[in-house]
Design a protein around this ligand. Structure first.
Ligand code: HEC
Length: 338
């Protein structure tokens, strides 16, 4: 009897030991995960701040250097998940899954959006148990006084959006702990107030409804969306990227894609996909082709598949394929001519 009781006590002790051990191993794993995430984000923020330091929000030369560095083989670009969500926090503090955000490929985020900001090199990191993601808060200032053609599109089409960009003093990087990649980024004015991170409000010209336009010098704008300043000016595919995009854009319009897939997001898509410029479309072309080929797009106003005129569908796939192979060739050329 007492023998049995003894072994029961032992068993309980053994159980407690196993539990404590497991907790210790868990804590050690969490520490090493935190260490990995801190190292990752520290490198990313420091290198980004070196390439994109605080300076005048009108400084074009500084922007050019920042953009070329981030679009190149940067730790920022390498640290992005294949699709990153970008945008503002929801005004009523909703969770990320209930916040409207835009999906961007690493090319688009590192070449068009991230260079719009300047950095101090500081950051603060913590784990958010609700989102189950690490959150790095990174002080930043938006370049608000550039030529209109330097932005990915006229953010001032929406007064509130332009005001929010101009007021931003912080970027939030959300990091998936398992992949150690940035999966979501948000800009906000929720950072610590800092006179270094404020700029005088700047008024851009009135928006005339065009996401792309030709300026007084006859140049198509926004230039960076034609890969100017991103790919080398000697890249032999640059002209073809523009011409094949125009042909594709005509079919996207006929297919009614732009009605929903536009920066004004008039249907209120929760995970917006943009395709209104060559760079935006290049980031999404594989998914565009798949969605059309598999009859997943376009949708009608009730959100179900809307049949496309077979001739438009065929043309969209034809011009889409031409654009896709030009994008691939242009990227290959860049990789082979470092
Ligand atoms: C009526 C609005 C509407 C129209 C028109 C529309 N889309 Fe969409 N699209 C959506 C919505 C909503 C989603 C998000 C779907 C989801 O819930 O995942 C989406 C998602 C997508 C995606 C990303 C999802 C994926 O498959 O990976 C692509 C690519 C896409 N659309 C391409 C197109 C193309 C190309 C056209 C034109 C031929 C088009 N869409 C027309 C509303 C629209």
């Amino acid at each position: 009897m007492s023998n049995i009781r003894m072994s029961k006590v032992r068993l309980i002790w053994l159980g407690i030991c196993v539990l404590v051990c497991a907790m210790a191993i868990g804590a050690a794993a969490q520490d090493s995960q935190r260490g990995a995430v801190e190292h990752f984000i520290g490198t990313m923020v420091r290198q980004t701040a070196t390439a994109c330091p605080l300076t005048s929000p009108a400084d074009q030369a500084a922007l050019d250097l920042c953009r070329a560095a981030l679009f190149g083989d940067s730790s920022f670009r390498r640290g992005l998940a294949p699709v990153v969500l970008w945008g503002r926090p929801s005004p009523d503090g909703r969770r990320l899954r209930d916040t409207n955000l835009t999906q961007f490929a690493p090319d688009v985020l590192s070449g068009l959006y991230m260079p719009m900001f300047m950095f101090t090199g500081e950051y603060e990191i913590g784990f958010d148990p609700t989102e189950r993601l690490y959150r790095a808060r990174v002080p930043a200032l938006f370049r608000n006084a550039l030529d209109p053609g330097q932005y990915p599109y006229p953010f001032w089409h929406d007064t509130k959006k332009w005001a929010d960009y101009q007021a931003a003093n912080e970027l939030t990087f959300w990091i998936d702990p398992a992949k150690v990649k940035v999966v979501i980024m948000q800009f906000s004015a929720k950072g610590k107030p800092d006179p270094k991170l404020t700029s005088a409000p700047y008024a851009q010209p009135a928006f005339d409804g065009k996401w792309m336009w030709t300026d007084a010098k006859g140049q198509i704008q926004p230039q960076p969306t034609l890969f100017v300043g991103l790919m080398r000016s000697t890249n032999p595919y640059l002209g073809q990227l523009d011409s094949t995009f125009r042909e594709l854009a005509g079919e996207l319009r006929k297919g009614s894609c732009h009605e929903c897939h536009s920066p004004d997001n008039y249907t209120g898509m929760k995970r917006l996909v943009l395709m209104q410029t060559p760079a935006h479309a290049a980031g999404e072309i594989k998914r565009i082709m798949r969605a059309v080929r598999e009859d997943k797009m376009p949708l009608d106003d009730t959100g179900i598949y809307k049949e496309m005129d077979p001739a438009v569908k065929a043309a969209l796939l034809k011009y889409g394929a031409a654009f896709e192979s030009t994008v691939d060739a242009a990227r290959d050329w860049e990789a082979k001519n470092p």
